[in-house]
Structure formats: structure tokens, C-alpha cells
Design a protein around this ligand. Structure first.
Ligand SMILES: [Zn+2]
Ligand SMILES: [Zn+2]
Length: 389
């Protein structure tokens, strides 16, 4: 089959690779009909997530048709149309039974690698480094889905791929980002990053009763999308974000601050940015956590900072004093996608939310290398790319 493979820093290549096979009794094989490139794939592309190997198949957002099931998968049949959540979860361990699917205790065969860096291991993730399981991803013609009786959700009615594909990651991730802010009617929520996850966080915050949502980014086309979703926008290349948020909230700061940016935050040139670049280049710091620092500093006393942007390891100049002295709550996590599949599918069906609106480009799987470059450089107002094998 054809698959999009990581070949080194800033290089992906669509190559011929062996078809996946059923390895365990709870596996299924899915023929991929649609897959997407995620902002967090860029952290792999840029070489900031450790333990990638040449030839690894990328992609953790995919859906398709079940073509084979293992003997212990009774919930799916050949021919079923499914969306596959990006965290791989067994459904039986302590984490899974508490709904904490993205920290499943049984799905990362390389847990030891993750433990060295993080203390304990999170779940395995499709196409997201060997530290997170070394699972071949879904930017391919076929994918093996472990624990197929737990993760995939069946799509039974006439919804299009683009309406449901983002249940695999970015829609529930944006939703969980807003949910972690515990939004009360009248709340003001600020969202760093107006990419697709930020856009879904904005829509979710409004659905949860936020009175005002402020979107922070620097690309006018993304800010325009945020504006269309009802958000007030701040271009951080034009205004001082902390000052602006103080002004908008009568000096108090937003009730909830969502970091939908993660480890490669851009920053207008400055001393702290230069410091991060040097430390990151010399591998003394894995992150450039500018958005996170700003989210903490601007949050109102007693408010919540919700981190859904992806981080890889260690960061510097973390404003712990601000967090502690001002009674902030810091919440974070890779999305527990499985938890949100049914309720969010219902919202899509009811028309409360239209995930397909984030798609800006459609390409063939073969064009993935061009897609990665375009998405990385934000060319052609690239917001979200869907690939079709
Ligand atoms: Zn993703
Ligand atoms: Zn589990």
C-alpha cells in the first residue's frame, strides 16, 4: 500500500510499504477513505518530538471502512464505516474505566521510553513516535486499529467524511479544552491559537455559555475565521496581549485561558524568545512556551488555564509564582476522545456544530509532502488539509 512516511526533519515521502495485518485478536484493519494533517504532525515534521524513525507512517486523524476484524471484535463488521480516535485505548484498565482514554495503561508497548521522559507513560497514539507506541499512522491506504472493539465509532447515516472525520481528534480536543475551563454563563474565555483546534475551542466555549471569547493569533485569515465564529480577535503582532486582555476584561483577566498552540509558539522577536530559540536549538529545552506563559500571566485570579496544545518535554521560565499565588488551576491532557464521540456526533447530526467548515484544502495522499510544506508555511490560507488515498 501507499503511506506517507516521516523521512527526517522537514521531509515526508509517500512510499510503498507492506499492508498492515491483524496482529491481535482485538485488531481491525480499516481501508482509509479520508485522513488529515494535524498541527501536531508539524511537531514531528519539524523534528521536535523525539524517538521518530525514518520510514515511520504518519497520521492520527483518519476514518474509513472496516475490511477485516480480529476474532475478538464483536462490535464491528466488515463493511462498517468508522472514525478512529487518535489515542489507542484498551477499555479495561483503571485509566480507561475512569474515562481517561489518552492515558490508557495498556496501549503503549514502549512505555519504558515514555517513563524516562515523563515519569509515567500515556497511551499509545497512531503515527506519533516510538515513545508513544510506534504505531503506524493513518495517512495511508490502510491502517491496523488495535482495541477496535473500544475506539472506533460507527457512522451509520448519510453524513459526509468531512463532517465526521474530525471526531478523530481536533473537534473533541477543542471541546475538551473548553470543558476544562468549567465555563459558567457570562464567562470570558481567551484562546491562544486560531488554527482548527482553536476554532473548535471557540465554538465549544460559546456552546457552553461563554459570553465572550477572545481569539489570539497572528494570521489574518485565521483570525477572520475566529471572527466569523463570533470571537473578538487580537493579533499579537499588533497589540500587547496582556494589556489588551486587561482592557477587555476591566482589569481582571479572562476567566478561562486555553492554550491551543503548544510547543512551537511563535513570538515577536524579544529577549525571552531568543532565549527559548537558543535553548531549544541546543536541546536544553524542548518547548518554546510563549503562549502558555502568556495564558498564565493573563488569567484572572482563581481562573483556569487549559492546555490542549501539544508539549513534548521540558520548558523554562515557567511562571509558577503567578500560578500559585493567584490560585490558578492548570488543567491539561491529550484528549480523551472516546469519551466525546457519541455526544459530539449527536451535535454534528443536530447541526449545532459543523466540523467540515475548517477544511481549506483537499488533496490526494500522494500530495502529502506538498501539503505538509503548505500547512507549515501557512501558504494559500491553509487551515486544514484532508487527504484522500
Ligand atoms: Zn491531531
Ligand atoms: Zn486502557
Amino acid at each position: 500500500m501507499k503511506a506517507n512516511c516521516w523521512m527526517g526533519r522537514n521531509t515526508v515521502e509517500v512510499r510503498e510499504v507492506p499492508d498492515p495485518r491483524i496482529l491481535n485478536s482485538r485488531d481491525a484493519i480499516v481501508r482509509v477513505t479520508s485522513t488529515a494533517i494535524c498541527g501536531s504532525d508539524l511537531h514531528l515534521y519539524d523534528g521536535y518530538i523525539p524517538t521518530m524513525k525514518k520510514g515511520d507512517i504518519l497520521g492520527h486523524e483518519f476514518m474509513g471502512e472496516v475490511v477485516e476484524v480480529g476474532p475478538k471484535v464483536s462490535t464491528l463488521r466488515v463493511g462498517d464505516r468508522v472514525v478512529v480516535p487518535f489515542p489507542i485505548a484498551c477499555g479495561n484498565c483503571v485509566a480507561c474505566t475512569h474515562g481517561l482514554y489518552s492515558v490508557c495503561e495498556n496501549s503503549n508497548p514502549n512505555a519504558g521510553l515514555a517513563e524516562k521522559l515523563m515519569g509515567h507513560s500515556p497511551a499509545g497514539i497512531f503515527g506519533y513516535s516510538h515513545m508513544l507506541g510506534g504505531y503506524p499512522g493513518g495517512q495511508a491506504e490502510y491502517a491496523r486499529v488495535p482495541f477496535a472493539d473500544v475506539g472506533p465509532i460507527k457512522i451509520e447515516n448519510g453524513l459526509t467524511d468531512e463532517q465526521v472525520l474530525f471526531l478523530s481528534d481536533i473537534l473533541p480536543t477543542g471541546w475538551m479544552g473548553a470543558e476544562m475551563c468549567d465555563i459558567k454563563p457570562g464567562d470570558v474565555i481567551a484562546v491562544w491559537g486560531a488554527g482548527p483546534v482553536g476554532q473548535f475551542a471557540i465554538a465549544s466555549a460559546f456552546l457552553m455559555g461563554a459570553e465572550k471569547v477572545i481569539s489570539i493569533d497572528r494570521f489574518p485569515y485565521r483570525l477572520k475565521r475566529a471572527e466569523r465564529a463570533g470571537a473578538q480577535t487580537l493579533n499579537y503582532e499588533e497589540v500587547d496581549v496582556l494589556d489588551a486582555l486587561r482592557d477587555i476584561t476591566a482589569g481582571r483577566g479572562p476567566d478561562g485561558c486555553i492554550d491551543a498552540v503548544g510547543m512551537e509558539a511563535h513570538h515577536p522577536a524579544g529577549v525571552v524568545h531568543a532565549y527559548d530559540r537558543v535553548k531549544q536549538a541546543t536541546r536544553m529545552e524542548t518547548e518554546r512556551p510563549h503562549a502558555l506563559r502568556e495564558a498564565i500571566m493573563s488569567c484572572r485570579n482563581g481562573g483556569t488555564v487549559s492546555v490542549i496544545g501539544v508539549y513534548g518535554g521540558l520548558l523554562d521560565k515557567f511562571p509558577m509564582g503567578s500560578l500559585m499565588n493567584r490560585s490558578l488551576t492548570l488543567r491539561s491532557g491529550q484528549c480523551h476522545v472516546q469519551r466525546y464521540l457519541k455526544p459530539l456526533l449527536k451535535k454534528i447530526r443536530n447541526g449545532d456544530i459543523d466540523p467540515s467548515s475548517v477544511v481549506s484544502h483537499r488533496m490526494r495522499l500522494e500530495d502529502a509532502p506538498r501539503g505538509y510544506e503548505m500547512f507549515k508555511n501557512k501558504e494559500n490560507e491553509c487551515n486544514k488539509i484532508v487527504l484522500t488515498p
